[in-house]
Design a protein around this ligand. Sequence first.
Ligand code: FPP
Length: 252
Amino acid sequence: MVLDEREERVAKFFRKMKRTKCLPAHVAIIMDGNGRWAKIHNLSRSQGHRKGAERVREITEEAARLKIKVLTLYAFSTENWRRPQKEVDLLMRLLKFFLSREIKNLKKNNVRFECIGRIEELPPPVVKVIYQAKQETRKNTGLVLNLALNYGGRTEIIDAVNKIIKAKQSGQLTPSDIDEFGFSRYLYTIDLPDPDLLIRTSGEQRISNFLLWQISYSELLFCKKLWPEFSAKDFRNCILTYQKRKRRFGGI
Ligand code: FPP
């Protein structure tokens, strides 16, 4: 793909966004607070994550209804491997179960499934269901549900640099190819616009290594609700707050 094509694709996203009253084209969410929610309700962390998975379904359906183009959800970070093995195993099982159960629903809602991160390092049964979900939804034209799995923003940048070095060594690159657009072609998000809105639930105000390059001009919204209690209405309220913001992209 040449650079002009990508610029045109991004410009096309912006043109469409204007027609839809500044609806964010891409919303990214750091789904935080499953563990705290479970504690407050005297439940296990596993139950907190299960409840969190239910919210993934609800918010995906709402985003599809609102005609948002891309919803990126931070489901498992490169740092999450540091959690107790039991919790990591539970999250992997939940992911596999969720994806295999949801494929039908994604198809029904015309949702295309994508994911970003070092997918090949995930357990093989999870990788298998990821490819199946991608394959079976590839022709859908509505919302792109993009799960960040084994994802780290710094890792993504390092992976991009290594891909660039390889491309350079095989003579596919000239130095002038690497401007901002050129660099972003090597990120996991190559075909996606940058997020317009980044939401983090649970009251924490951190980025936690999420989409470091892509959120340069995103609007940030920190919501006090814990992820398992974050409803479709909360999501719509976040969109409304976003629509009241004035974005200047460094201009005046
Ligand atoms: C943060 O809560 C959440 C995660 C580390 C993973 C997000 C996972 C889900 C929403 C469920 C499974 C996802 C899918 C796509 C099926 P936390 O455990 O850090 O909460 P705490 O900070 O309150 O302990």
